[in-house]
Write a protein that binds this ligand. Sequence first.
Ligand SMILES: Cc1cc2nc3c(=O)[nH]c(=O)nc-3n(C[C@H](O)[C@H](O)[C@H](O)COP(=O)(O)O)c2cc1C
Length: 171
Amino acid sequence: MTDVMQMIYKRRSIRKYTDQKVEKEKLELLLKAAMAAPSASNNQPWEFVVVTDAATMKQLREGLEYGNYNAPCAIIVCENPHVGKAPKSERFWVQDCSAATENILIAAAGLGLGTVWIAGYPKEKQVVTLRDILGLPEHVTPLCTIYVGYPAEEKEPRTQYDPARVHWEKY
Ligand SMILES: Cc1cc2nc3c(=O)[nH]c(=O)nc-3n(C[C@H](O)[C@H](O)[C@H](O)COP(=O)(O)O)c2cc1C
């Protein structure tokens, strides 16, 4: 199997982490992976908030629904319509930010890190919680929070391939 397929299969949602800090160099690699993602008209409407502060992580853990996991850090993937390079393609921001998110998840697997995607937008309560904790301005929308850390649980690498979901040539 190729390396990239191994990493894609290895990426699983990790919800238990060790206390080990994540090196800043690794976090920067994750951000580089994110900003290598495709985006409509290359709009790149994304911004990222990186949280390593223990007190802020506690606030995220306690504030986010389905997000009470002990990760040492988090990357919040946000959309900012003011930074996009091709405003006419702004309507694709969810896809653009999702592509950046998936790049982070797969790159993290390759670096021996665990991650989990915690829903933000379109859950209004979650968006408000993130705005409050992180001081996001009204025009910045958090798509998701990615918890990042060294895994304290093991999950089987896998695909969920189902040939019944595939329609070759025509539906
Ligand atoms: C849009 C989206 C939102 C998600 N939200 C949450 C969440 O809020 N909390 C959580 O623990 N997992 C969340 N997940 C992770 C899924 O539960 C997980 O990807 C799915 O169960 C498949 O497991 P796997 O990631 O190990 O392959 C989310 C995943 C996606 C793509």
